[in-house]
Write a protein that binds this ligand. Structure first.
Ligand code: AMP
Length: 170
C-alpha cells in the first residue's frame, strides 16, 4: 500500500503559493484509512504514550482512531472559545496566518505521557503551541505523530528534541 497515492495536491489553496496536501482521498479509501491508523499506531508504540492530544481539526480525524487502536484516551487541542471548562491558551504562527489554541487544564492526570497528533507538520508552529499547552497541564510529551511532514520547512527544528514520527515526507 503506497499512501502517496491517496494524497492529493491542490495548488494555491487556501492562498496563492501554498501547495495544499489534501488527505480527503485517503479518508475516503477504506483500506488506506485503516492502514494509515495501523501504521501510525505501530510506529509510535515504542513512545509508550498514556494519552493522545489531537490538534483541531485534522488531528482529531487521526488522533481518535489512533487512541482507540492503542487503547488510550484522547484530548482535543482546540481553536479559541470551543472548550467549555477552564483552559490554557497558546498563540502560534501558521504557514498561512496566526492563531491561538486551547487545551482543558484538566485534560490529563499530571505526569501523563502525551503523544501530540496532527495530519501534517509544515513550519511546526502549530505543534509547538500544542507542546506549550501540554506542558502547562503538568504532563510530559512522549513524542509526535504526523501523517505528512513537509521536510523543506524544517518544522522539526521548532519542536523539542523528542521522537517525531511522520508516515510521508514531501
Ligand atoms: P505548521 O504550524 O506550519 O506546522 O502548520 C501545520 C498545520 O497547518 C496543520 O494543522 C496542517 O493541517 C496545516 N497545513 C499547513 N500547511 C499545509 C499544507 N501545505 N497542506 C495541508 N495542510 C497544511
Amino acid at each position: 500500500m503506497d499512501l502517496n497515492d491517496h494524497i492529493r495536491e491542490i495548488p494555491d489553496f487556501p492562498k496563492p503559493g501554498i501547495l495544499f496536501r489534501d488527505i480527503t482521498p485517503l479518508l475516503s479509501h477504506p483500506e488506506a484509512l485503516r492502514y494509515t491508523v495501523d501504521l501510525l499506531a505501530e510506529q509510535v508504540a515504542d513512545l509508550k504514550p498514556d494519552y493522545i492530544a489531537g490538534i483541531e481539526s485534522r488531528g482529531f480525524i487521526f488522533g481518535v482512531p489512533l487512541a482507540c487502536r492503542m487503547g488510550l484516551g484522547f484530548a482535543p487541542v482546540r481553536k479559541p472559545g470551543k472548550l467549555p471548562a477552564a483552559t490554557y491558551s497558546a498563540e502560534y504562527v501558521l504557514e498561512y496566518g496566526t492563531d491561538r489554541l486551547e487545551l482543558h487544564q484538566d485534560a490529563f492526570p499530571s505526569g501523563s505521557r502525551v503523544l501530540i497528533v496532527d495530519d501534517l507538520i509544515a513550519t511546526g508552529g502549530t505543534a509547538a503551541a500544542a507542546v506549550e499547552l501540554v506542558k502547562k497541564t503538568g504532563s510530559e510529551i512522549a513524542g509526535f505523530g504526523f501523517i505528512i511532514e513537509l521536510t523543506g520547512l524544517a518544522g522539526r527544528n521548532n519542536l523539542p528534541d523528542l521522537p517525531i514520527v511522520s508516515l510521508l515526507q514531501y
